[in-house]
Design a protein around this ligand. Structure first.
Ligand code: AMP
Ligand code: ZN
Length: 143
């Protein structure tokens, strides 16, 4: 039996306690239509086990879920006639996460749609880029 949070809306959807429009289900993952989509055909892909965000997800579970992405993406593109597609995970409220059961958004995109992209970008200056590379690699090695 996988992890479950009785107060989590996605755990309730996974258990079938509240309705959802399911499109794909495996032993470890579920995909269903987002109830308030960015564009029609917006799908949420969730690991069945309750993990608040990507930081808490095991490698196997992440892989089991993410391996469904290409097939889902092709199906959503065909079903909606989308020109492209964004795959996004929000982690933490500052990053736009509102439901704390980690999930992938698969959002069909259309050439003239009203979705705001790109986000603002700015380059590194001085040795900031090398410093950041060092810090991330150091944390990876410490895992
Ligand atoms: P996030 O803001 O990344 O946590 O995404 C949560 C998403 O869940 C939002 O896009 C909501 O529209 C969607 N959502 C919330 N409740 C439901 C529900 N009952 N069924 C389907 N999607 C939902
Ligand atoms: Zn949950």
């Amino acid at each position: 039996m996988s992890l479950r949070d009785p107060n989590c809306i996605f755990c309730k959807i996974i258990a079938g306690d509240i309705p959802s429009s399911r499109v794909l289900e495996t032993e470890t993952a579920l995909a269903f239509l987002d109830i308030n989509p960015i564009n029609h055909g917006h799908v949420l892909l969730v690991p069945k086990a309750h993990h608040p965000a990507i930081f808490d997800l095991g490698e196997e579970e992440a892989a089991e879920t993410a391996r469904l992405l290409p097939r889902l993406a092709r199906a959503i593109r065909k079903a909606t006639g989308a020109d492209g597609l964004n795959v996004i995970i929000n982690n933490g409220d500052c990053a736009g996460q509102t439901i704390f059961h980690g999930h992938w958004h698969i959002v069909p995109r259309f050439k003239a749609d009203a979705v705001n992209w790109p986000w603002p970008h700015s380059p590194y200056s001085g040795d900031e880029l090398g410093q950041m590379q060092f810090r991330v690699k150091r944390e990876l090695e410490a895992e």
